[in-house]
Design a protein around this ligand. Structure first.
Ligand code: SF4
Length: 483
């Protein structure tokens, strides 16, 4: 085992690598996303102080944010011709903000600071609507395909941290709502809105995961040796290629450390050589497209991979946040007794995009098992006697067609199972243990409801593989992405 690196050695190494050893005094949702992607990448950036150039998509997003802030504050779009593109993008998604946005009291670009973990967490909240207990984050993206679903928002650092801040610092009562309002940067202007609503217990369960991550980040960034921080080789090709590839290879080749928290070894070195030999070029190409569409949002690790960013169980010596705060809000006990987490997803019509004048209600889309009218409620029985139609899309999404996502059907089912099992939320347990009850619940749902015309299963959806097994034989058409 190599000796543990000292501060002086760490500083020397940081300078050799093009940075400067820096004290990491706080965390943020964006740092958490980088850490989830690759802890070593976060270390190079924040601890070793190695900066990276701003991506053009990020610069466009930043200017669009400024334009939106101006529109919200002054009720007028900027007239500067140099910002015409940004105004068009902003207009495209503006209709997905609450209908009466101009008359609501609002806070724009609020500073956020939360000091309940190993490091203070800071951030800037795009829009706060206290009367609706609603936190809004503007997201610019090239396609609505890259919008985070409500299920993904349940694990999203920003959604969790901002909501916890609203609860503890602003004193908001539950349910607290967090929305991504999207603005399309490519093609016709347009937008989307996805939302998660937090009840107390679900937020506390989610917070425990964030707390564990911040503790791990704190421990990592007290050290001086990037070689001692667990790498995630699966992330090297993402987003057009990791900007720290050269530094990472240098550190690994020098074998700076093989301390307890690293998984580096022969296999890792082989992978590095593969990376350096340029065999990761295809991955880089794919990732370039991915970054253009997805921005800097972290992606889930591939199935079966143990990414360094995957969150360990809460190990707080003081006990979990759920335990610490259980009595913090006695007035909310009645809500907390209902363990189901309310989530809702708004999939806007494919065309035309709503205008400011035709503002849709982001929360108005009914789940597929909640017909809007009594007449509609009778349809399932009729449909059950008809020859089934519909297409199941696995790992792909049809273009220009309204779809139902698996989560829209399964979230209420999983929430029901969680309730039966006495769990605060279905994300609190391993899905593997619920295969039987989940399959049975899904079969019952299928027996009672018509098949959606287009149902999409994405691999990251909870119980995706079990659901695919159950659904495949039910659909006359199955379109599956291979490879
Ligand atoms: S090259 Fe790969 S392992 Fe190294 S820091 Fe970047 S993403 Fe992490």
């Amino acid at each position: 085992m190599t000796a543990i690196m000292t501060a002086a050695q760490g500083d020397r190494l940081a300078r050799e690598l093009g940075g400067k050893l820096t004290e990491v005094a706080h965390s943020s949702p964006s740092q958490m996303n980088t850490d989830s992607d690759c802890s070593r990448k976060h270390f190079f950036n924040k601890r070793m102080g190695i900066t990276t150039p701003t991506h053009p998509a990020a610069a466009l997003g930043s200017r669009t944010h400024d334009v939106l802030d101006t529109r919200l504050a002054t009720l007028k779009w900027p007239t500067d011709p140099a910002l015409q593109r940004e105004v068009e993008i902003g207009r495209g998604g503006f209709g997905y903000l609450p209908a009466n946005i101009d008359t609501l009291a609002k806070s724009i670009e609020s500073e956020m600071r939360l000091e309940i973990s190993a490091l203070p967490i800071i951030g800037r909240v795009d829009l706060l609507l206290e009367s609706l207990r609603l936190i809004i984050d503007h997201k610019t993206t090239s396609s609505r395909r890259w919008a985070k679903t409500p299920t993904q928002l349940l694990k999203d650092a920003q959604a969790i941290v901002y909501s916890m801040w609203a609860k503890l610092v602003l004193g908001w009562a539950h349910p607290i709502r967090f929305q991504h309002v999207g603005y399309l940067t490519r093609g016709q202007p347009g937008g989307f809105c996805n939302e998660v609503q937090w009840r107390q217990e679900a937020l506390l369960v989610a917070w425990d995961r964030i707390d564990a991550q911040v503790r791990r980040m704190h421990a990592n960034t007290r050290g001086f040796d990037p070689g001692a921080v667990t790498p995630n080789w699966d992330s090297c090709g993402k987003y057009g290629g990791c900007p720290f590839t050269a530094q990472c290879a240098k550190v690994s080749r020098a074998g700076t450390s093989k301390t307890a928290n690293t998984t580096r070894g022969g296999l890792d070195m082989l992978l590095e050589d593969t990376l350096l030999a340029g065999l990761g070029n295809k991955k880089k190409k794919d990732a370039q497209a991915e970054e253009e569409q997805f921005g800097k949002v972290a992606k889930l690790p591939p199935k079966g991979a143990v990414a360094p960013g995957s969150l360990p169980p809460a190990t707080s010596p003081e006990g979990s946040m759920a335990e610490v705060l259980k009595d913090a809000a006695p007035a909310e006990t009645a809500q907390a007794a209902d363990p189901a987490l309310l989530t809702q997803m708004s999939i806007p019509p494919a065309a035309p995009a709503p205008t400011e004048e035709e503002t849709p209600d982001p929360g108005a889309v009914n789940p597929p098992d909640a017909p809007k009218t009594a007449k509609a409620a009778k349809k399932p029985r009729k449909a059950a006697t008809r020859k089934p139609t519909g297409t199941l899309y696995i790992g792909c999404v049809p273009v220009g067609q309204k779809v139902v996502t698996l989560e829209e059907i399964t979230e209420p089912l999983l929430a029901g199972i969680a309730e039966e099992k006495g769990k605060a939320h279905y994300l609190a347990v391993e899905f593997g243990k619920w295969k039987g009850p989940f399959s049975a619940a899904l079969v019952s749902w299928l027996d009672a409801n018509p098949l959606p015309k287009a149902l999409v299963i994405m691999p990251h959806a909870p119980c995706a593989s079990v659901a695919a097994e159950v659904l495949r034989p039910r659909f006359p058409n199955v379109v599956e992405r291979l490879g």
